[in-house]
Write a protein that binds this ligand. Structure first.
Ligand code: SF4
Length: 510
C-alpha cells in the first residue's frame, strides 16, 4: 500500500430521532480506516444512536485513529486530546478511541489519557456498541448477525468461516519468520486482528453522493521493511467473492455509481480463497452491474499485476483505466534492502505492458525517499526512472523510522534535512512531468462525476474523471455549467478540459 498522509473526515449529519444517544465520529487516516468508521457508525445507528457531525453536541465521541507513521500518530494523539476537551467541559459523557493506534498502544492510551473511556481495536469493531454504552440489540446478537464479539477463539473461527478466510502460504511463511509479531511493542496485545465485515454488516457511508469504497481484503503478508501495517492489521485475508458482489449490488441499487475497491494489496485478492486472478474475476463481475458507472481498485503490488487483470481492464468500459501501483523506489539495491525486490528496468517493462494493454491508462505511484542506506546515486536513479516512466500522478513520502519495522534496525540512516531535500527535488521533477501531461489534455472530452461546490470558492464545482481516484489525485474544477442552470452532485456530465495547471484541471460542461 502507499504511504498516505492522514486526512480527517467529518461525517454528514443524520436526521434527528427522539432523543437517541448522539455519537460524534472523527475518522483519521486512509480510506481503509474510513470504511471501518462507516461500519462502526452503521452498527451504532442500528443500535439506535444518532450520528452527529458536531463534536460539541455529542454524548459520545469516537476518534478512529491512524498510527502507521509518526506524523499520523501525532495527529491521532492531538485529535484525541482536542476531543477530550468536550468531555472535560461536561458535554460529552464518553470518549472512545478506535483504530490502528489501539492496536499499537492499547494499554498506554487509557493510562496516559484518563479521559478515554474505552478502546476498540481494528479487529473488534462490534465492540463499539458496548464502548458507546449501547446494549447489543437482541435481533443482532444471534449467530448469523455481523455483531459477533471476536475476543474468543471460537467466535474468530466462526467469523473466519463466514468471510471465507483462509491463509496464504506467504502469510504462513511470514508468520513463522515473525513478521506479525508485536513482541517488541509494550502496550499492544498479542492477538492479531482477524476481522472482516460482510455484506450484512450495517454501514453508514461518509463519502460524497454516488461514490463508495468497498474493502475487499484486509491485512498484508508482504515483508516491506519500512512498514508496520501487517503488525497493525494482521495477515492478509479476502472477503468472500459473493459478499463483495452483494454489497456492490446493494450500493448500486441505493444510488452509488462509482465504487473503489480497497485493501492493503487488492491484487492478492482471492488467493486465500483458492481463486486465481481473483481481482480480475471480481472486476469483471462488478462491470456487469447495470447501475454502476465506474469501478476502480487501489492498490496494486507490482509483481501481482497479471495479463488477465490488464485484459479485463481493457475489455470493460466501466473498469476505470487507472492503476495505483506504489513502487516505493526504483534502485534495485534500495528495493532489496526494503525487502521488495525488482528495480527500474523491470518496472519500465511492466509499465510499457500496462500502457500497451490498457489504452489511455492513468498510472499513479508513490515513492519513499531517504530509506536507510539510500545513496545519492540511488536517489539519482530514482529521479531518472521517474523521468522515464512519466507517471500521471505521483506521491513522494519521507522515510519515517518506525519502531517495530525491520528498517528501524538498519544502519546508515539518512539525515532529516537530506530526506527533505530529496523529497522536494523529486516532487519538482514530477511537477514538470505533470505540467506537460496535463497541458496535453486541454481540448479532450471526458465524463465527469460532479461532487459539489468547491471548498475553495462557491463559484466553482469540483468533480472527477476516471483519471482521478477519490481524495488523492489533483483537483478538477467545473467553471462553466454549459446550458445547466445548476448541477446535481452525484450526476455525470460530459465535459471538455479548457485549462490545465501543474496538477489541477478546469473543465466546461458541453
Ligand atoms: S507491507 Fe508493503 S505491501 Fe503491505 S501494506 Fe506495508 S507497504 Fe503495503
Amino acid at each position: 500500500m502507499p504511504v498516505e498522509s492522514p486526512t480527517i473526515t467529518l461525517v454528514p449529519e443524520q436526521p434527528p430521532e427522539s432523543k437517541p444517544l448522539k455519537v460524534g465520529f472523527v475518522s483519521l487516516g486512509c480510506p481503509k480506516n474510513l470504511v471501518d468508521s462507516e461500519v462502526m457508525m452503521g452498527m451504532l445507528q442500528s443500535g439506535g444512536a444518532h450520528i452527529t457531525s458536531r463534536a460539541d453536541d455529542a454524548d459520545v465521541i469516537v476518534v478512529n485513529t491512524c498510527s502507521f507513521i509518526d506524523t499520523a500518530k501525532q495527529e491521532s494523539v492531538n485529535t484525541i486530546l482536542e476531543m477530550a476537551q468536550h468531555k472535560i467541559s461536561g458535554k460529552a459523557q464518553k470518549l472512545v478511541v478506535a483504530g490502528c493506534l489501539v492496536e499499537r498502544y492499547r494499554d498506554e492510551i487509557q493510562k496516559n489519557i484518563p479521559e478515554v473511556d474505552a478502546v476498540v481495536g481494528t479487529g473488534e469493531l462490534e465492540n463499539i456498541l458496548a464502548a458507546a454504552g449501547i446494549a447489543l440489540p437482541g435481533s443482532l446478537a444471534e449467530n448469523n448477525s455481523p455483531f459477533v464479539i471476536l475476543n474468543s477463539a471460537a467466535s474468530s473461527v466462526s467469523q473466519s468461516l463466514k468471510s471465507g478466510v483462509r491463509s496464504r502460504p506467504e502469510g504462513e511463511l511470514r508468520e513463522s519468520q515473525g513478521r506479525f509479531s508485536r513482541a517488541q511493542w509494550d502496550g499492544a496485545v498479542a492477538t492479531l486482528p482477524n476481522y472482516l465485515y460482510n455484506e450484512t454488516t450495517p454501514r453508514l457511508l461518509a463519502t460524497p453522493k454516488a461514490s463508495a469504497y468497498i474493502k475487499i481484503a484486509e491485512g498484508c503478508d508482504h515483508p516491506c521493511g519500512f512498514c508496520i501495517i501487517p503488525q497493525l492489521r494482521g495477515k492478509f485475508r479476502s472477503r468472500h467473492f459473493e459478499s463483495v458482489v452483494a454489497e456492490a449490488q446493494r450500493l448500486a441499487a441505493n444510488g452509488v455509481r462509482e465504487i473503489t475497491l480497497i485493501g492493503q494489496d487488492t491484487t492478492c485478492y482471492g488467493e486465500d480463497l483458492g481463486l486465481k486472478d481473483g481481482l480480475a474475476l471480481l472486476l469483471e463481475r462488478l462491470a456487469h452491474i447495470d447501475d454502476l458507472r465506474w469501478v476502480r481498485f487501489l492498490y496494486a503490488y507490482p509483481n501481482k499485476i497479471t495479463g488477465k487483470l490488464l485484459d479485463t481492464m481493457a475489455a470493460h468500459e466501466k473498469i476505470c483505466s487507472y492503476i495505483d501501483v506504489p513502487l516505493q523506489h526504483a534502485s534495485s539495491s534500495v528495493l532489496k534492502r526494503m525487502k521488495r525486490g525488482a528495480g527500474a528496468g523491470i518496472f519500465l517493462k511492466a509499465i510499457e505492458k500496462m500502457r500497451r494493454t490498457v489504452p489511455g491508462l492513468t498510472l499513479r505511484t508513490s515513492f519513499i525517499v531517504g530509506f536507510p542506506g539510500e545513496t545519492e546515486q540511488d536517489f539519482d536513479e530514482l529521479c531518472e526512472f521517474v523521468k522515464a516512466a512519466q507517471f500521471d500522478w505521483l506521491g513522494v513520502f519521507s522515510y519515517s523510522d518506525e519502531e517495530g519495522s525491520q528498517a528501524f534496525h538498519l544502519d546508515d540512516k539518512v539525515s532529516e534535512p537530506e530526506i527533505e531535500r530529496r523529497r522536494k527535488k523529486l516532487m519538482q521533477v514530477q511537477r514538470q512531468i505533470s505540467k506537460k501531461k496535463k497541458a496535453r489534455l486541454v481540448g479532450h472530452q471526458f465524463d465527469v462525476l460532479a461532487l459539489g461546490p468547491s471548498e475553495e470558492t462557491e463559484l466553482l464545482w469540483e468533480g472527477r474523471t476516471p483519471m482521478h481516484a477519490p481524495e488523492i489525485d489533483g483537483k478538477l474544477f467545473i467553471n462553466d455549467f454549459g446550458e445547466h442552470e445548476e448541477l446535481k452532485p452525484g450526476e455525470f456530465y460530459r465535459c471538455e478540459i479548457t485549462e490545465a495547471h501543474d496538477y489541477d484541471l478546469v473543465v466546461r460542461i458541453i
